[in-house]
Design a binder for this molecule. Structure first.
Ligand code: ATP
Ligand SMILES: Nc1nc2c(ncn2[C@@H]2O[C@H](COP(=O)(O)O)[C@@H](O)[C@H]2O)c(=O)[nH]1
Length: 191
């Protein structure tokens, strides 16, 4: 539905492997009218990932050119790669009165909240670091060194959870999805 007001920006964040992508996909199945911002990244595509759908896969030079041009709403160095959200994508969707989800790391989420205090931030917490490790290993997307780095970073990222508007523990997936859906619906109805 198109509205006269601007859309709401929901920022889903949390450590790698916490379940952001899994929860986001389920929330998009359950709720209507949500758009997703496809980030730019310098990391290589994983098997099955599609350019322009999962990410915009760009060279380090192209990423640097976007930074220089001021194209990013936020960007960060995450686990030795660069990731960023294009300002133009977000502005277009919000100006159409549609609600949008970003799925980004903690540094990026805090940058967005600083620039756009009206953005709604959500933090996905794994039940424990042990469970996070098991899930990351089960995903089979990272080598050992990359996986260790992501787990080390997770410990630091978890310390920022109190800076978010909403925190959800992703133990039972169904329950986590239900809680996020209810929170998003409440925030949409409050406007
Ligand atoms: N509640 C859950 N119970 C069991 N497995 C889960 C649960 N939530 C997610 N997973 C699994 O954990 C793995 C990590 O989830 P996912 O890829 O969604 O994490 P992510 O936070 O998006 O990671 P990244 O930030 O690296 O993109 C996936 O294999 C997913 O299927
Ligand atoms: N600051 C940003 N972080 C982003 C963005 N897009 C994704 N991410 C986060 O990076 C890590 C690693 O992602 P992966 O796909 O390599 O597993 C994860 O936490 C993502 O949420 C972005 O545009 N900006």
């Amino acid at each position: 539905m198109t509205k006269n007001r601007k859309g709401t920006l929901f920022v889903l964040s949390g450590p790698s492997g916490a379940g952001k992508g899994t929860i986001r996909a389920r929330v998009f199945e359950a709720l209507d009218g949500l758009s997703y911002s496809v980030s730019c990244t310098t990391r290589a595509p994983r098997d099955g990932e599609r350019d322009g759908v999962d990410y915009r896969f760009v060279t380090p030079e192209d990423f640097a050119a976007h930074i220089a041009a001021g194209d990013f709403l936020e960007w960060a160095d995450v686990h030795r790669h660069r990731y960023g959200t294009l300002k133009s994508d977000v502005e277009k969707v919000l100006n159409e009165g549609k609600d949008m989800f970003l799925e980004i790391d903690v540094q990026g989420a805090l940058q967005v909240k600083k620039k756009m205090p009206e953005a709604v931030t959500l933090f996905v917490v794994p039940p424990s670091i042990e469970v996070l490790e098991k899930r990351l290993r089960g995903r089979h997307t990272e080598g050992e060194a990359e996986l260790r780095l992501r787990l080390r970073n997770a410990v630091e990222e978890m310390k920022q959870r109190d800076r978010y508007d909403f925190v959800v523990v992703n133990d039972s997936l169904d329950e986590a999805v239900d809680r996020v859906c209810r929170f998003v619906e409440q925030r949409r109805q409050a406007l």
